[in-house]
Design a protein around this ligand. Structure first.
Ligand SMILES: Cc1cc2nc3c(=O)[nH]c(=O)nc-3n(C[C@H](O)[C@H](O)[C@H](O)COP(=O)(O)OP(=O)(O)OC[C@H]3O[C@@H](n4cnc5c(N)ncnc54)[C@H](O)[C@@H]3O)c2cc1C
Length: 532
């Protein structure tokens, strides 16, 4: 009997997992369950949930490989498709940034190709759109996947289950504070022509500001300059982004690919440090980062007196100059610099070092002690997230256009967003702070929430869940919100690729070791409480 594999959620992570699974020489039976009608785009790249103007901050050259590179696929699309997204065929570029909905169409097309390839290789692949999985119940002869499809319930048994349910936007806390969710983006159009507060000032906040501004007026490019003109009913339309630091993200910086490793802080070195003990691990890694920054960018190191900095004091020194300047003045200057360096194909050494360092830290955050992980989150993480969450130049131009038109401000706010109140300054406030980390006990699969815990495994088994009761096969959780505490940078498409491939490798190793057995649908266990 073929190993039966269920993938719950049909987003990019599922796509990468499927691609890795079909490399198996043994025939597999794979089913993908997706609550919406289309499998492939996931949440950030799906029509309806997102606005056509929302840009991806990953270029084709940086994307993990699927059947065909994104830019090559774009060149094959017809004029109707390209013109919908304002893409000029002869300007399609591996290093350019495109609307996320265009990526969604690409993922859907790639899925179809991977499925066709998988079937040609002898795998059974079943796609189950419009199917919301409501629970996963481990059993000693496989796990039951329980689902609802068009008002009808059902269950099927699988030897291996991959929970790839992705983003979770329901935020009761935020809703209780009267804040609106940015999703689906189609709802944002109803906020046109009003005074809007946005909590957050990074990627999602820019998405929200641009979508509402586009519904209240028009962005145009005249003589290479982006301007925003009010629509007929724009009236008092305005946007205020509110964040603790009052900063705007930086414009994407130029990096050559493939990356070169850092001189000292390499993945190998970080893993060695991890093996030599948890005590002082964060400080040892930080010392390596300081050495590399000092060696690669002495001017930067001198400017922030890097040698005297600690995990606790580095971020403040790193951001000090930017925090002292008006965010739009900084944005204009930073954009001009990024455009110039892009033309010259020149790297800013400190930016490059921090980008590379975040990938190294990413490998070892799971090895940090609880105290060091808390220090990392509190003091150091912001330097890395600010660096990798830089945005396409077009996004910065749009923000500057809105500001120049007198419609956009950034405010630094203290305290919790619940205290912002509503009505005094704004007609509505949108919470655009991005995905919050969640506990496994909060997952919308009741048996998993109640009985699963993270197992202390490593390597390809690191996303496997443990259960008190005996079970056959594996259940892995690679849904981003539940990983963010331990893996704070697990967010982008590169991570989706890593997650999908790692989980697939775990399944293939297990399937090779233990042949699948016929089974009955198991019932949820009663009275077990082990949630992680
Ligand atoms: C707004 C936004 C913009 C982003 N932009 C970028 C970017 O520009 N570049 C980049 O590299 N990364 C970006 N990311 C990061 C993003 O995490 C990944 O690109 C990717 O979406 C992760 O894929 P996923 O499949 O894990 O999750 P998702 O994309 O969230 O997909 C999960 C899928 O599971 C389905 N699902 C959920 N629950 C169930 C259920 N119970 N039953 C059945 N189906 C279910 C959902 O409908 C969805 O289709 C962005 C993220 C967000 C939120």
């Amino acid at each position: 009997m073929r190993p039966r594999i269920a993938i719950i959620g049909g987003g990019p992570t599922a796509l990468f997992a499927l691609q890795a699974l079909i490399s198996s020489d043994n025939p597999l039976s794979i089913e993908i369950f997706e609550q919406f009608g289309q499998i492939g785009p996931g949440m950030p790249y799906r029509e309806g949930l997102n606005d056509p103007r929302m840009l991806a901050n990953i270029a084709s050259r940086e994307m993990p490989p699927l059947r065909m590179p994104f830019a090559e696929w774009l060149r094959e699309q017809d004029e109707t498709f390209l013109s919908r997204f304002g893409i000029a065929r002869d300007a399609i570029d591996e290093a350019a940034y495109y609307p996320r909905l265009a990526l969604g169409a690409y993922f859907t097309a790639q899925l179809a190709e991977i499925v066709a390839r998988g079937r040609a290789l002898g795998h059974q692949i079943e796609l189950s759109p419009h199917t919301r999985v409501t629970d996963v119940v481990p059993g000693d002869a496989g796990s039951a996947v329980r689902w609802q499809r068009k008002g009808r319930g059902g269950a099927s048994v699988h030897d291996h289950v991959l929970i790839a349910t992705g983003h979770d936007w329901d935020d009761p806390e935020s809703a209780a504070s009267g804040l609106l969710s940015p999703w689906p983006a189609s709802r944002l159009r109803m906020l046109a022509n009003r005074r809007i507060g946005i909590v957050g000032s990074s990627l999602s906040a820019i998405d929200v500001a641009v979508a509402i501004a586009a519904a209240s007026g028009t962005f145009d490019t005249i003589d290479g300059r982006t301007i925003w003109s009010p629509g007929e009913h724009a009236g008092t339309f305005s946007v205020t982004m509110m964040s603790r630091n009052g900063m705007l993200p930086e414009a994407d910086a130029y990096y050559p690919l493939p990356f070169d490793p850092l001189p000292s802080l390499t993945k190998e070195r970080a893993l060695e440090e991890g093996q030599s003990g948890q005590a002082g691990l964060l400080d040892r890694l930080f010392a390596l980062l300081v050495d590399d920054l000092a060696r690669l960018d002495p001017t930067y190191a001198r400017a922030i007196d890097l040698k005297t900095r600690t995990v606790e004091t580095y971020a403040a020194a790193h951001f000090a100059e930017r925090l002292a300047v008006d965010p739009f003045v900084w944005a204009k200057r930073n954009l001009a610099e990024a455009e110039r360096l892009n033309r010259q194909r020149r790297v800013t050494p400190w930016r490059y070092a921090i980008l590379r360092a975040h990938e190294v830290f990413e490998c070892v955050t799971a090895e940090l002690s609880a105290a060091d992980l808390a220090r990392f989150h509190q003091h150091l993480k912001s330097v890395f997230t600010d660096n990798y969450a830089s945005v396409p130049h077009r996004s910065i131009r749009r923000l500057l256009a809105l500001h120049d038109a007198g419609r956009l401000e950034v405010e630094r706010v203290e305290g919790e967003v619940g205290h912002l109140g509503q009505g005094a300054h704004f007609d509505a406030i949108v919470d655009a702070r991005g995905q919050k980390p969640r506990k496994l006990a909060e997952i919308g699969l009741p048996t998993i929430a109640r009985t699963a815990r993270w197992s202390k495994r490593s390597g390809n088994d690191r996303f496997r869940l443990g259960f008190a009761q005996p079970m056959a096969g594996t259940i892995q959780c690679i849904a981003i919100p539940y990983l963010l505490r331990r893996y704070p940078f697990m967010q982008g498409l590169v991570n989706a690729h890593e997650l999908g491939e790692t989980a697939a490798r775990c399944i293939l190793a297990q399937a090779a070791a233990r042949p699948a057995r016929p089974s009955q649908v198991p019932e949820p266990p009663r009275g077990l409480a082990m949630a992680g």
